[in-house]
Write a protein that binds this ligand. Structure first.
Ligand code: ZN
Length: 214
């Protein structure tokens, strides 16, 4: 089983740290959507090429197979979740988020097709903002995110949490929203974890050509 190759696209938006260490272990990953249409714009925003606020994430996962980049080393702290950056790894998924049905027509912001998502079974929020339609995530996104999480789990040697950004910042954030199926993500995580635990951590080339352990 091969792991997915990861592109190294360094972002200047991070704080130097020396993780993992005993005082500041990585406790979990924070899952986000970019709220942008495409890979290029998301990458530009997260690497300081598009102006705006100084933000970043450790990983960016696009919609299509092969689209996965690391922007910040795991040993350093990325700027993706106010208040939780120091203890987490940030993963951004390219996805526009929510939309509305306007006068019976599906809003097609960015030309993306949105699907209605049931509001049942979404314990974190009673209201998902003004939106009733959400862009689905792709199978590739679930697998890529699960593989990153499994690699971190094996590397850290202790359980890691998977948080929705909206859980950590419920007043301001909706992402990754009700279209993100945490159960499916967990299933794929378990699959990749079994594969990765068959390897010695020092042989684990999680994702690539870049040095995962830095
Ligand atoms: Zn977010």
């Amino acid at each position: 089983m091969t792991t997915f190759p990861v592109e190294w696209r360094p972002s200047p938006n991070y704080r130097r740290a020396r993780r993992p260490n005993i005082r500041r272990p990585i406790k979990g990953v924070v899952l986000h959507y970019t709220a942008t249409e495409d890979w290029d714009l998301a990458l530009a925003l997260l690497t300081g090429q598009a102006g705006g606020r100084k933000v970043s994430a450790h990983y960016l996962v696009g919609r299509d197979p092969g689209e996965i980049a690391q922007l910040v080393h795991l040993k350093d702290v990325a700027w993706h979740a106010k208040g939780a950056n120091a203890l987490s790894v940030g993963i951004e998924m390219v996805n526009v988020g929510g939309g509305k049905e306007v006068r019976g027509r599906t809003c097609q912001r960015y030309g993306r097709r949105w699907v209605p998502i049931s509001m049942q079974g979404t314990p974190h929020k009673e209201q998902w903002g003004p939106y009733d339609l959400w862009e689905p995530f792709t199978r590739w996104q679930y697998d890529a995110v699960a593989q990153i999480m499994a690699a971190i789990r094996v590397r850290e040697g202790s359980p890691i949490a998977a948080w929705r950004h909206s859980e950590l910042d419920p007043e301001r954030k909706l992402d990754p929203g009700p279209a993100f199926d945490m159960k499916l993500a967990r299933d794929r995580f378990n699959y990749w974890r079994v594969i990765m635990e068959g390897r010695r951590p020092e042989d684990l080339d999680p994702l690539t050509s870049i040095e995962f352990y830095k």
